[in-house]
Write a protein that binds this ligand. Structure first.
Ligand SMILES: C=C(O[C@@H]1C=C(C(=O)O)C=C[C@H]1O)C(=O)O
Length: 364
């Protein structure tokens, strides 16, 4: 006896019912996978992706496949499920990042000896020469900048130079000179630390430790500055994605140091007319995704003086919490980066151009 043929509508309502059951099972699977994800995170496993485990499941499913779907079809369907599961694990993990606004909604506002950075604080200016070269150079610069309201003096004592034969910085002597110039003029001193072994001595002389672009992936250094109790200015790596940059900040916060200032300084692209390409979307995104202050280093982003004003205006317009700019009493004779540092007159023109944006609250 042949079965009476069922109507399409009838068959479709059965398919609808099966869909609902599949969805319930998929959701249950998703919840279990999320638990696996949490377990991996708490065990400190660096990766969620486990190809061997996926392969093992595919083999078993192939052996059990009763048809009518081919082995290839079953495989393709489950690969999609694995992909979605992995994305779920990773997004849950991200939600727990200490840098994330999902963990801490309010802006982090640093108060470094009375200098406030981030949140509702007015944009901060970090200025000074690329390298510390002499006592006179630092004193002149600090005096000039302090008289114009700059609260944070920069200057490199350890220089990450492309060539090992380039000027490598004055080291501890430079730290002493920079620290003294800042203190004598009522300023804070920020300088780069490149080596885990130097964190202690740099922290002795500097109020803020800088991790430079070339060291953004130096995880040992990130952990070490995370253990120091000095605020950290973390530059984005030359070719670092926003995610990698934020994970670098996470390294610092995970060691208990919440005082991190993110600094976008341009990324490496195919473009040659600028030294780097200023990534303003990274500034907006970092502000959106994290609660940390974000400043923009216009000097390195541009690599040329004629773009500093428009880039700084654009940075403030997207909500940057400050501007980092290199200023030298005599850029032509500077031992590093002489194409891009501003002289004093140039700095005054720069600040005059930015003044209207600095006076009124920006980004509101
Ligand atoms: C759930 C896990 O994590 C990922 C997702 C898998 C899945 O959805 O089955 C399998 C391996 C991992 O790539 C796991 O490792 O078990």
């Amino acid at each position: 006896m042949t079965q009476p043929q069922r109507s399409i509508d009838d068959l479709r309502s059965e398919v609808d019912q099966i869909n609902r059951e599949l969805l319930t099972l998929l959701s249950r699977r998703g919840e279990v996978v999320a638990q696996i994800g949490h377990a991996k995170t708490s065990e400190g496993r660096p990766h969620h992706y486990d190809p061997a485990r996926e392969e093992q499941q595919l083999k078993e499913l192939e052996a059990l496949n009763p048809g009518p779907f081919t082995a290839a079809a079953v495989k393709a369907i489950f690969k999609e499920i694995f992909k979605a599961s992995l994305a779920l694990e990773e997004s849950n993990d991200k939600k727990q990042l200490l840098v994330s606004r999902k963990v801490k909604f309010e802006d982090t506002v640093l108060d470094i000896d009375g200098v406030r950075v981030g949140g509702d604080a007015p944009p901060v200016i970090v200025a000074g020469p690329c390298s510390i070269e002499s006592e006179e150079q630092m004193d002149t610069t600090a005096r000039f900048l302090a008289a114009r309201g700059v609260k944070i003096l920069r200057g490199g004592a350890y220089k990450p130079r492309t060539s090992p034969y380039g000027f490598q910085g004055m080291g501890v002597d430079g730290l002493i000179i920079g620290g003294r110039a800042a203190r004598d003029n009522g300023m804070l001193f920020v300088t780069e630390v490149m080596d885990t072994r130097d964190v202690e001595v740099v922290a002795e002389h500097a109020d803020i430790l800088q991790v430079g672009a070339r060291n953004m992936h130096n995880f040992a250094l990130l952990r070490e500055v995370g253990r120091s109790r000095r605020p950290v200015l973390l530059k984005r790596g030359l070719s670092a994605t926003i995610e990698e940059w934020l994970y670098a900040a996470e390294y610092i916060l995970s060691e208990g140091n919440n005082e991190v200032i993110l600094c976008e300084r341009g990324i490496r692209t195919f473009e040659k007319w600028t030294r780097n390409t200023l990534d303003l979307s990274a500034v907006a995104l970092a502000k959106q995704e994290t609660h940390l202050p974000v400043i923009v280093d216009v000097t390195h982003a541009a690599g040329r003086r004629d773009l500093l004003i428009p880039l700084a205006k654009a940075a403030l317009a997207v909500g940057a919490d400050g501007i980092h700019v290199e200023v030298h009493p005599s850029p032509a004779t500077a031992l590093s980066d002489n194409e891009q540092q501003l002289d004093f007159a140039g700095y005054e023109r720069f600040m005059d151009a930015l003044a209207p944006m600095l006076r009124q609250p920006v980004g509101v």
